[in-house]
Design a protein around this ligand. Sequence first.
Ligand code: AP5
Length: 217
Amino acid sequence: MIIILLGPPGTGKGTQAQRLEDQHGLIQLSTGDMLRAAAAEGSDVGLRAKTVMDRGELVSDDIITSIISDRLDQPDCAGGVILDGFPRTVAQAEALDRILADKGSKLDAVIELKTDDDAVLVARVTGRYTCTTCGKGYHDTNLIPAVSGVCDKCGGTDFFRRDDDTAETVTTRLEAYHRQTAPLLPYYEDKGILKKVDGLAEIDEVTRQMNAVIQSI
Ligand code: AP5
């Protein structure tokens, strides 16, 4: 099964992808996480990408498409993947169609986390933090660990905030979404594979709606 999660920054793609990974044995492929890992390793591509990401703009289609194509060839992806943050432009979507056709595969569904309130998204992104050890995501008010300062999943006590999670950069990222990524909605609607869930609903309710979509595939 190959599923795309589509929605603006802070809409809950990463949060829901982690849950679907746990519940359905799918692999989460987050292009944002891959680029941040490349930057942390200090690779040339990663460091160039970081400059672009810190401005809130999109990294070039060629770099992202090649990263995803290579990752989809890894054996752990054979059981199904959730694409989180890719594609983000029509050129990337067309490249993905070609990559999957070459691999004898195809998309099963594109799930839009529908949100029309940018102020809510800014509050979500600027309140977000992540466990350094296992990558589980939290929020200052919306999603806090059961024991303060201790990760529910791995017991880790170190957390980090992303460099691009400032209010100013989120505004640029939202503009990039509306201008470059929103055109993917009619692209996938025309293919008859676009499904919608309410991205402004409470986290468990969004998961319930996601699971209903997956059951229907
Ligand atoms: P990326 O890492 O993909 O960031 P993004 O798309 O901006 O999305 P976010 O991770 O900010 O949001 P999310 O939807 O995952 O929300 P989350 O679940 O964490 O990309 C970063 C950068 O990398 C880009 O700007 C670009 O430069 C580059 N890049 C990546 N992919 C690229 C590509 N394909 N092409 C070109 N460039 C690319 O939730 C946010 C917070 O809200 C969390 O704290 C969570 O707890 C909380 N929350 C979640 N859901 C709810 C809910 N329903 N109710 C209340 N709180 C909630």
